[in-house]
Design a protein around this ligand. Structure first.
Ligand code: SAM
Length: 214
């Protein structure tokens, strides 16, 4: 089966059937070549229903989780988004399809360099990359309409809540190292509305507002 067909099956079986209805997300995930974001030996597994190893002990997230987290951001196309954990760059590509400008931070230089090369090669021009501790956010570029953390945090990082615009959304897995809950936090004036989504398993968010050791 060709990659395009695999992608369409992924969209139909893994996303639509589980309740992802946002047309833009379904279209973006039907378009972005996920097989280019995995190591060559995993190309044929790229559209499987789960996370895959991308080296450095890190993973590219399950397609459904990418779709669900993106849906939580409620993108309309005009947003400035911060992503913590560039990883393979796949989630970055989906965001770049759906929002105006993406700022993405990765702690591992080799992963950031690889993702930057691929995303540039594919043709994205609305992404800024940074190597470093994303748990502190990107203060010079704040505030953001949306912040997405693609690694599991021990607590909701206050640093990131402070970098949201009024009405902005923070999507973050929070909990133990081995199991987290996905939260969507919406800033409403001086307060924050917290909504719980699903159980999930992410690699740990490291750094000042994450886990202190790997
Ligand atoms: N969104 C990615 C994708 O589509 O491939 C998946 C990312 S992976 C589940 C989580 C990433 O977060 C890893 O690449 C890891 O190195 C990175 N990470 C962990 N702690 C970080 C931190 N404090 N700042 C930036 N990146 C971090």
């Amino acid at each position: 089966m060709g990659f395009e067909r695999c992608r369409q099956q992924m969209v139909d079986k893994q996303l639509k059937r589980r309740g992802i209805l946002d047309y833009g997300i379904l279209e973006a995930m039907g378009k972005v070549p996920r097989h280019r974001f995995v190591p060559p030996e995993l190309t044929l597994s790229a559209y499987h229903d789960g996370p895959l190893s991308i080296g450095k002990g890190q993973t590219i997230s399950q397609p459904y989780m990418v779709a669900l987290m993106t849906e939580c951001l409620e993108l309309e196309g005009k947003e400035k988004i911060l992503e913590i954990g560039t990883g393979s760059g796949y989630q970055t590509a989906i965001l770049a399809e759906l929002a105006k400008k993406i700022f993405t931070i990765e702690i591992h230089k080799c992963l950031s360099d690889k993702a930057r090369g691929l995303l540039t090669d594919i043709g994205y021009k609305n992404i800024e990359f940074r190597i470093g501790d994303g748990s502190k956010g990107w203060e010079e570029e704040a505030p953001f309409h949306g912040i997405i953390v693609t690694a599991g945090a021990p607590e909701i990082p206050v640093s990131l809540m402070e970098q949201l615009i009024d009405g902005g959304r923070l999507v973050v897995p929070v909990g133990a190292r081995s199991l987290q809950t996905l939260y969507k936090i919406t800033k409403q004036g001086d307060s924050f509305n917290k909504k719980e989504f699903t159980s999930c398993v992410f690699v740990p968010l490291l750094g000042e507002y994450g886990w202190k050791e790997n």
